[in-house]
Design a protein around this ligand. Sequence first.
Ligand code: NDP
Length: 246
Amino acid sequence: MSTTRTSTTQTPEPRTVLVTGGNRGIGLAIARAFVAQGDRVAITSRSGQGPDDVFTVAGDVTDSASVDAAVTAVEEHFGPIDVVVANAGITHDMLLMRMSEDDFTSVIDTNLTGTFRVVQRTVKGMIKKRRGRIVLVSSVVGLLGGAGQANYAASKAGLVGFARSVTRELGARGITANVVAPGFIETEMTQVLEPELKKKYQQQIPAGRFAQPEEVARVCTWLASDDAAYISGAVIPVDGGLGMGH
Ligand code: NDP
């Protein structure tokens, strides 16, 4: 396999891609987008099997041993991982005065420390190959903040500093680390919103609508492409203009 893929006019060689939380929602759309361009795609799932054309491994990002076992299984099945998309995430919204320490740390543990566990484990193979793509799924809330979301916003803002630090450490080894910051996307995570609240949010979005998961997925495949080889430590909003200027 060549070390660089310099142009989209060349037929890209398939790579091994791991998407955490790829069994549903945005993660599933990301996994499908990589499959559609011919890559070998593995997903972690805590609950259930992914589509037939992806390799599903059990994996809980809050558990280092589980992450290690999942990545090892993918490496044994497909070989070293070229692209990792750290997508698994949770919300546990609560006003600050009512938020317990566990409410706070459990969200940090999944969204931020979970990403650390996955990236630290997968980057080993990338360092050896002197090539790799790391894409972290953050949120517009990490940049804007959100009432009732101090835990979630802190976890998602932390991903920006994390990606930029990884960029400084590993940029010279052909590895990029970028952040995607979605706004409101139509998934189970946003299905729980009351219709009135959803309408209120939609009025604040310049695009006037929530996005489909595929709109986030296309940005992830682009960040993992050769065309994005010189983009690292960036935060790419996919939010219909909601977070402009942040
Ligand atoms: P969903 O709730 O639909 O899916 C979340 C995914 O994360 C599931 O696959 C879930 O697995 C997985 N997951 C959660 N906890 C863990 C864990 N401990 N270990 C492994 N996997 C875990 O959410 P979305 O698809 O909407 O969100 C995906 C990402 O996008 C998240 O990081 C979210 O914060 C972010 N995001 C979403 C937005 C939206 O509007 N929907 C907006 C901005 C960001 P399981 O099925 O086993 O629970």
